[in-house]
Write a new protein. Structure first.
Length: 372
């Protein structure tokens, strides 16, 4: 895209950012990342393929994934893959050899129904967001049930675990219409701190999805699915930083209501806006890895449910330029970007390894070694 063609849109974008900056209190500042800065950082990250988990021609039933959703590595360097629609966790050694399966489909202690996230406690217990059972479960390192707590009628899809074994969840506030809260809970399900209240950003009673996670210092990062903005809060809920990035695709307009640090999307009732963001993760240096759409989605890009766990028909392309990887430093400034050739629904980083999960279309996990 030529500079002159996007200049009017950039002016509007920058004016919007200045407005947000003015609205924010003086305790935090906004970092802007325009397309010029993003383009200047193009290909400053090198991705070297390591392996693909869940290949089409695999005869290993232990790697025949159905909706893979998470990849975590424990202190023994064992690789845990959350195989959501198979209702299990697959454990492999660092060479990729299968070790064991944890959990099975069910509602009983230790069973799961479409688990969505997992994390390790300080003593290597496994904390699992058991989505369709509406609960958080704690298992020992071998998968034996310890205890659990329910999350009401809301699936714990926005789940993260702090360095102090506190569970971060995004749940509706009781007795308050159209309000959600990002809060901390202990492993027994007791709420210990509300970080921030998030009104329904589309001014309806529907949840506006966010992603919430911890950075390397224990602060909380919140990113938004449909607006190009991310924020860092302290563990006590103080807003520390707001950063924006100019997306390659059209994003809905948004504003900050008076006295609020949480944006509200301004759209007409019948207006449907595509997401800007698909996935994000933080590395041990506090850098945010974020996957955004590189261009508008087309028919061949969209996911069509053909049955839980069924791969996409062969006529759909396996390679794509739909997704773009952004990397921001701990201060919110863009340091690298590159276009991906694979589909991405989930993203995790461990050391110098990047795991890009194609959850729905081909159900593969692409493992890369990266250099910045």
């Amino acid at each position: 895209m030529k500079q002159k063609n996007r200049e009017p849109g950039r002016i509007v974008f920058i004016m919007l950012l200045l407005f947000i900056c003015f609205q924010l209190n003086g305790e935090s500042k906004i970092i802007t990342n325009t397309l010029d800065k993003i383009d200047a950082a193009r290909d400053r990250i090198k991705l070297t393929p390591v392996r693909v988990w869940g290949e089409d021609d695999t005869e290993d039933i232990n790697q025949a994934f159905r909706f893979p959703a998470d990849v975590q590595i424990n202190s023994k360097k064992q690789i845990f893959i959350l195989d959501s629609a198979n209702h299990r966790i697959q454990v492999f050694d660092k060479s990729g050899a299968f070790i064991r399966t944890i959990s099975q489909k069910g509602k009983g202690p230790g069973d799961t129904l479409m688990p969505g996230k997992m994390a390790f406690t300080k003593n290597n217990n496994i904390v699992v967001a058991d989505l369709f059972n509406f609960r958080i479960q704690v298992l020992d390192p071998m998968g034996k049930y310890i205890h659990s707590f329910r999350t009401g009628e809301t699936m714990p899809s926005n789940f993260a675990l702090s360095q102090e074994d506190e569970v971060l969840l995004y749940l509706p506030k009781k007795n308050e219409e159209c309000k959600w809260a990002v809060s901390l809970f202990d492993l027994n399900g007791n709420q210990t701190k509300e970080i921030c209240t998030v009104p329904c950003m589309t001014e309806t009673n529907n949840e506006e999805p966010i992603f919430s996670l911890f950075d390397d210092k224990g602060n909380i990062l919140i990113t938004y699915l449909r607006i190009p903005l991310f924020q860092r809060f302290s563990i006590i809920g103080k807003l520390l930083m707001t950063a924006s990035y100019e997306p390659p695709v059209k994003a809905p307009s948004f504003r900050l209501p008076e006295g609020s640090t949480v944006p509200v999307i301004s759209v007409a009732k019948d207006e449907i806006t595509d997401p800007v963001l698909t996935a994000c993760t933080v590395d041990e240096e506090g850098r945010l890895f974020l996957i955004a759409y590189n261009r508008p989605r087309q028919k061949q890009d969209k996911f069509y449910m053909t049955g839980i766990g069924q791969r996409m028909p062969k006529e759909f392309p396996e390679k794509t330029d739909l997704f773009r990887l952004f990397v921001f430093d701990s201060k919110g400034k863009i340091i690298a970007s590159t276009t991906l050739s694979v589909y991405c629904d989930q993203l995790y980083v461990h050391g110098n390894r990047l795991f890009i999960i194609d959850t729905y279309r081909l159900m593969k996990i692409h493992e890369y070694r990266f250099e910045l």
